[in-house]
Design a protein around this ligand. Structure first.
Ligand code: AHM
Ligand code: MG
Length: 304
């Protein structure tokens, strides 16, 4: 079984990207240990979206900031937990990283699976970047087992599992998604109040006898699709959030790249590829339909 470093080398990953991913992997390991034994309470603070922060949100964010600084390669980073972009005085810094240190924190109290998400771009500025420009994306899933999933541009998607001494070992490579699927993960069902066509779509899935797999965490919901090799996750806008709730920079763009590398597709409600949306501000949101290509195209078509 190959280690994380060995695999990245074997795939000829540029050394800077490899080094940033190595620091991310280390951060993920520390976050995992904090999750197992840490304080799951609230931090008495709010993030930039006005959501209550957990102690673990703050801790995870600090862990990642520290690791990205240690890499000495990151000039700019955007965190879901920070209002503003952060600029590091790194001598070799010529990369930008956007990340959500703890996605699905509302599930922490119920001890459900959560994750962390990362996107790595070349350059010292986030604004103006697109998912299509990502050099690499990654997410970690903290379930009964901890896995780190990495997509390398043009090289596909790799899954690593943390062993009992905290090393990430390769378990699957070059993942491929089928074009159609029986699995559906319908996010933001409150959107059916303003989109009767969304209700019709979900009713169609039910009538067709499809299998519901929905946990309320983007990471486990999308991980299920990747591991099964098929499925669709939908998150349209609703009255409160016309562009949905999920963020382009730290959630949707990195996942769109990962799914594209596995032969899948991610569109917004207008049918634009998520990979082609330009990031104009770190916290902007987008609707998303992601997963098996034909399912995604059909779902977006059904909503027009
Ligand atoms: P978070 O980053 O504040 O944790 O929110 C993101 C999460 C996603 O993991 C999930 O898909 C979505 O929120 C579910 O939201 P809701 O249940 O509010 O529709
Ligand atoms: Mg999030």
């Amino acid at each position: 079984m190959y280690s994380f470093n060995h695999t990245l080398r074997e795939e000829n990953t540029p050394s800077d990207v490899r080094s940033i991913l190595y620091h991310i992997a280390r951060g993920v390991k520390y976050i995992n240990f904090s999750l197992r034994a840490g304080n799951t309470g609230v931090a008495k603070s709010q993030n930039s979206s006005g959501e209550e922060q957990l102690t673990l949100d703050v801790l995870s964010d600090n862990i990642i900031i520290e690791q990205l600084q240690y890499s000495q390669l990151v000039a700019c980073c955007a965190s879901e937990e920070q209002e503003e972009l952060m600029y590091f005085p790194a001598p070799r810094g010529k990369y930008t990283v956007a990340y959500d240190p703890l996605d699905g924190s509302s599930l922490v109290g119920a001890n459900l699976t959560i994750g962390s998400i990362f996107g790595i771009w070349e350059g010292g500025e986030l604004n103006g970047k697109k998912g299509r420009d990502l050099l690499a994306s990654a997410y970690a899933i903290y379930g009964p087992r901890v896995e780190l999933i990495v997509a390398l541009k043009g090289k596909g998607v790799f899954i690593f599992e943390m062993n009992d001494v905290g090393e990430f070992m390769l378990t699957q490579k070059k993942l491929e998604l089928k074009d159609t699927s029986k699995y559906f993960a319908p996010g933001n069902l409150r959107a059916t109040a303003i989109h009767p066509k969304y209700l019709t779509l979900v009713e169609k899935y039910i009538a067709e006898g499809r299998t519901l797999r929905y946990s309320g965490g983007m990471v486990p919901d999308l991980h299920h699709i990747l591991k099964k090799g098929e499925g669709i996750f939908t998150y349209p806008g609703c009255a409160k959030h016309p562009n949905g709730k999920l963020r382009l920079a730290f959630e949707c763009a990195p996942f769109a790249m990962i799914f594209a590398e596995a032969g899948g597709l991610a569109l917004d409600v207008h049918g634009t590829e998520i990979l082609d949306l330009e990031i104009k501000s770190p916290h902007e949101r987008t609707t998303i339909f992601i997963g098996s290509t034909d399912e995604v195209k059909n779902a977006v078509k059904a909503l027009q």
